[in-house]
Design a protein. Structure first.
Length: 200
């Protein structure tokens, strides 16, 4: 069963999926940014419980924090940061710490990274629909440094892309062949698996 975060990893470099699932015995240290993101998410969760839902365009609703979701149909699982439940809708919210992005692009969000986040949110929406048996039409990406919630429509295009990426991930694991490395060599600099790649 894949994790929702693997969808973003796949978009970053396909080899991350290969190393994680085909060579699970490899011992690597997680990047500091991953640990920092987890700590920031916990802090935001505590603040979120004291705030209104106005930034999500809602007057009322029930927050469910750290919601575990899984689907045998999708072979996918993950822990959603927050799910807002109202009589009319279920709205997934994914917290993101974008300090690294903020430093390089202070005026706008990096389009590629933001798209990876939207795919993750769409995957959470699909998991919520299956587990809660209610449709999900939209969600939010809450960018911690900006204290801003970005609305995302969970449309057919995003859903199809999630399915296509999951299929590609399954192919990597089933074939157990090392995929090509990312064309963006700058990504390799801080990768925890870099020493296992002999061609970068």
């Amino acid at each position: 069963m894949f994790r929702v975060v693997d969808l973003k990893q796949m978009g970053y470099c396909e080899r991350l999926i290969y190393y994680e699932y085909c060579l699970p015995a490899l011992r690597v240290a997680r990047p500091p940014l991953v640990q920092l993101g987890a700590a920031c998410g916990k802090h935001v969760e505590q603040l979120e419980l004291r705030r209104s839902l106005r930034k999500y365009g809602l007057h009322e609703g029930t927050r469910h924090m750290q919601v575990w979701l899984e689907s045998e149909t999708l072979s996918l699982c993950g822990q959603l940061d927050m799910l807002i439940e109202t009589p009319q809708a279920l709205i997934p919210v994914d917290f993101k710490d974008s300090e690294a992005v903020e430093a390089s692009t202070p005026r706008r969000m990096a389009p590629t990274l933001f798209h990876q986040w939207k795919l993750q949110l769409a995957a959470y929406a699909m998991l919520v629909e299956e587990q809660w048996r209610r449709p999900v039409e939209r969600g939010f990406i809450f960018v911690i440094p900006r204290r801003r919630a970005y609305a995302v429509q969970v449309d057919a295009g995003l859903r199809a892309e999630v399915q296509a990426r999951l299929a590609a991930m399954r192919t990597i694991v089933e074939r157990e062949q090392l995929p090509p490395s990312t064309l963006h060599r700058a990504r390799c600099r801080d990768c925890e698996y870099r020493r296992f790649c002999n061609d970068v």
